[in-house]
Design a binder for this molecule. Structure first.
Ligand code: ZN
Length: 352
C-alpha cells in the first residue's frame, strides 16, 4: 500500500466526493448514479455488477463486506406538479406518514432555502432544467413541498437534485451534502490504496428501504449469511466536538438490534491503529439521556440504522458493525465535518 500524507488522502477523498455529488442520486432515483459507481470501480480493476437497487463491487482481494449508500435527499415531482421532498414521496400508507414536526420543518426550510437545484433524467442522470428553492411548505398529509423558482413544468416522477456545494470553510470545516457521498468516496479512495473485500452500495437508505433491497439480493444467493458486515455512513451530532476530535463513530447497538461484538472490536482495533479516537454512539446517547432525564427533558431515540434493520429482518444471519463519520449542522443547517474526522475514517478503513 502506498503511504500517503493526511493532506493527500484528504484531497483525494474531497475530490472524489465532489465528483460523486455531481452525479445526482435522489432517493428512489439512484439508478444512473449506481451505473456511474460501477464504471468508476471497473476503472480500477474491480469486478462490478448491478442487481436491482444495488451496485456490488468485488475488489479482488480478501476483506470484509462493506455496505455504503448511494442516495441523497432531494425532491420528486408528483402528479399535481409539486416538488415533494423525496423521502416523503414514498409515504403512501397513512400509518407510515412522515411525521414532520414544526421544528423539523423549520430546519428543513433553513437548510434548503436558497439552494440551487436541477431536474434530471432518472435513466441517464442528464440535467434537464435548473432552479432554486425559495421555501418549504407542508401539505395536509405532512409531506414537505419545496417551493422553487426557475424550474419549468416537469413530468410526474422527475427527480430534483441539490447542486453540489462542497466547500472548506475558513474555520476548516468541510460543509456540503456529505451523507451519503463522503463515506462512499472514502471507500473508493481506500480501494485504490489496497482495500480488499466487497462493497455493496445500496439505494433508498434515507427512506428506510435499503436493508430490504440488500437482503432480497443476499437471500436470493447474492451473499451467504455474513456476521462481519461493515456498514459505512455518516452520524449526525448536535455539535462539532466529535468531528473536531477527529473521531470515528462506532456502535454496539441501535434502537432495534445489538451488533456483532467481535466485529465491533475489530473496528475498535483498526481505529486504534489509525490513531483515531472512538465514540460509541449508543453510550453517547445513554449519557446524554441521563442528563436530559435530570433536566426533566424527553430522552432521545437510540437511533435506527440500516445495520439494525438488516440484523433484525434476517434474525441475525446478516449482521456486523458500523463505521461512521461524525457530522454536525453548520449555522445554515448543512452537513459539516472536519479534515481530521474524514482522514480518521479512511485510515480506519485501511487498517481493517
Ligand atoms: Zn446515510
Amino acid at each position: 500500500m502506498k503511504a500517503l500524507s493526511d493532506q493527500d488522502l484528504l484531497a483525494r477523498v474531497l475530490a472524489k466526493t465532489c465528483e460523486y455529488l455531481d452525479h445526482p442520486a435522489v432517493v428512489g432515483h439512484e439508478a444512473s448514479f449506481l451505473d456511474h459507481i460501477a464504471r468508476d470501480f471497473d476503472a480500477i480493476g474491480a469486478k462490478t455488477h448491478r442487481p436491482d437497487h444495488l451496485c456490488v463491487i468485488e475488489l479482488g482481494r480478501p476483506g470484509p463486506v462493506f455496505l455504503a449508500h448511494a442516495d441523497r435527499h432531494g425532491a420528486v415531482i408528483d402528479g399535481a406538479g409539486q416538488a415533494v421532498y423525496a423521502v416523503h414521496a414514498f409515504v403512501t400508507d397513512a400509518r407510515k406518514q412522515a411525521k414532520l414536526d414544526p421544528e423539523a420543518l423549520d430546519e428543513l426550510a433553513i437548510r434548503l432555502s436558497g439552494a440551487e437545484v436541477f431536474a434530471y433524467d432518472p435513466q441517464c442522470g442528464g440535467r434537464i432544467a435548473y432552479g432554486e428553492i425559495t421555501g418549504v411548505d407542508v401539505d395536509t398529509t405532512r409531506r414537505a413541498l419545496l417551493r422553487t423558482a426557475g424550474l419549468p413544468d416537469l413530468p410526474t416522477g422527475t427527480p430534483i437534485a441539490l447542486a453540489r456545494t462542497l466547500k472548506r470553510g475558513q474555520s476548516g470545516f468541510i460543509t456540503g451534502q456529505l451523507d451519503n457521498a463522503a463515506p462512499l468516496a472514502a471507500l473508493r479512495v481506500a480501494a485504490e490504496l489496497g482495500l480488499g473485500g466487497t462493497i455493496v452500495v445500496t439505494s433508498q437508505e434515507e427512506s428506510g428501504h435499503s436493508a430490504e433491497h440488500m437482503l432480497a439480493w443476499a437471500e436470493a444467493g447474492g451473499l451467504k449469511p455474513n456476521t462481519q458486515l461493515v456498514v459505512c455512513d455518516t452520524s449526525p451530532f448536535d455539535d462539532g466536538a466529535a468531528a473536531l476530535a477527529g473521531a470515528v463513530v462506532l456502535r454496539r447497538r441501535d434502537a432495534t438490534s445489538s451488533f456483532n461484538a467481535d466485529q465491533v472490536s475489530k473496528l475498535e482495533t483498526a481505529a486504534g491503529s489509525a490513531g483515531a479516537p472512538i465514540i460509541f454512539k449508543d453510550s453517547f446517547i445513554e449519557r446524554e439521556n441521563d442528563a436530559r432525564t435530570r433536566r426533566g427533558e424527553a430522552p432521545k431515540s437510540m437511533g435506527d440504522t440500516e445495520l439494525g434493520q438488516v440484523t433484525a429482518r434476517s434474525k441475525g444471519r446478516y449482521t456486523g458493525a458500523t463505521l461512521q463519520l461524525p457530522t454536525f449542522a453548520s449555522p445554515e443547517k448543512r452537513d459539516s465535518t472536519t479534515p481530521r474526522a474524514l482522514t480518521a475514517f479512511i485510515r480506519t478503513l485501511l487498517a481493517l
